[in-house]
Design a protein. Structure first.
Length: 335
């Protein structure tokens, strides 16, 4: 028993820059506590910024956008009333329910066990890596549920445990994280803080005088930065699209290219975002193999991939744009 525990706890620690990042990141609270803290921070900020008159003008419709004070009797009542509907309407939950049912059938029929046994016979590390990449690519077909489903599958390929970890799959922590995550996203949207900040960032880019490829790439990095604080892809797009699509359109960049740049920027920092709703699930699986694993451990291991993604994606965007290649049938980056 002690030997088994020892293999789980005495894992080699990261050194150098990654070790520093791991130790620093491990001081970050669990995602559940982070979302709770962000929830109350937004409530407090909404009162302070509303009193200070923090506002701007939406360049799309020329309407004034101001911060809504949520620390009022009406605001608190609206938030409490929306708790059940916000949680039930949170998009990842439905996808996870459907995917879990499908996995139950695949697991009960023996399909998963047979597939995993076949994959475990691969002797080449390169083939295993290719298989993991293919699993990740196809995971996009089930959307957000992939973050709940595929970590144990990939773990068994690397650890070669000889058993199916999905048999004991528990998604209770996922639902708990989703509850607090969706409440934070809801109050953040109601306060208009994110909308105003996004508009001001857009106006800053517009007034910076940067044009062409430079403006295109600056938008990519801005999305990657915002992604560290607002991890929901749909929430970010709802905020940013109303500002940047028309702004970049004026600069001669097509709306299709703007959405493409948004998806690129969103993917660069997804795996190192502390506010990522699925981070708790990934931590749960990681701690089965390394009990000392915390938020910083996940970020430190994922950072090299994030840097690689940035280099490859940004390089590809630059080459594609400079060569004037189409991004789709009849569409180019520049109009």
């Amino acid at each position: 028993m002690s030997n088994k525990n020892q293999t789980k706890t005495n894992q080699p620690q990261l050194t150098g820059i990654l070790g520093i990042i791991e130790r620093t990141g491990n001081k970050i609270p669990h995602p559940i506590y982070m979302f709770i803290a962000f929830f109350f921070i937004v409530l407090g900020l909404s009162a302070v910024l509303a009193a200070a008159g923090f506002q701007t003008v939406n360049p799309v419709n020329n309407e004034e956008v101001s911060v809504v004070n949520l620390l009022t009797a009406a605001g608190i009542a609206d938030i409490l009333k929306g708790f059940p509907t916000e949680w039930a309407g949170f998009s990842p939950i439905g996808a996870v329910f459907v995917a879990t049912l499908g996995l139950g059938v695949a697991n009960g029929s023996g399909f998963l066990n047979g597939t995993l046994r076949l994959a475990s016979n691969f002797k080449s590390k390169f083939l295993v890596t290719v298989l993991v990449v293919l699993i990740g690519i196809n995971g996009n077909l089930i959307g957000d549920a992939a973050f709940v489903v595929f970590p144990p599958l990939i773990a068994i390929l690397y650890m070669n445990l000889g058993r199916n970890p999905l048999a004991g799959l528990s998604i209770s922590q996922f639902f708990l994280i989703c509850f607090f995550a969706c409440q934070f996203i809801a109050v953040f949207a109601k306060s208009n803080i994110g909308t105003i900040v996004a508009i001001k960032c857009g106006l800053f880019l517009k007034d910076s005088g940067i044009q062409g490829v430079g403006l295109f790439l600056l938008f990519v990095f801005l999305v990657a930065l915002i992604n560290l604080f607002v991890s929901s892809m749909s929430a970010k797009w709802a905020i940013l699209s109303t500002v940047f699509v028309p702004m970049l359109l004026i600069a001669g960049i097509s709306p299709a290219a703007t959405q493409m740049a948004y998806r690129v920027g969103d993917s660069l920092t997804n795996n190192i975002t502390p506010t990522f709703a699925y981070l708790g699930i990934i931590l749960t699986y990681a701690q089965k193999y390394d009990r000392r694993a915390q938020t910083g451990t996940v970020i430190a291991y994922m950072l090299p991939f994030s840097i690689s993604f940035t280099i490859v994606w940004v390089g590809l965007l630059i080459i594609w744009t400079l060569l004037g290649l189409p991004i789709g049938p009849g569409y180019h980056v520049f109009l």
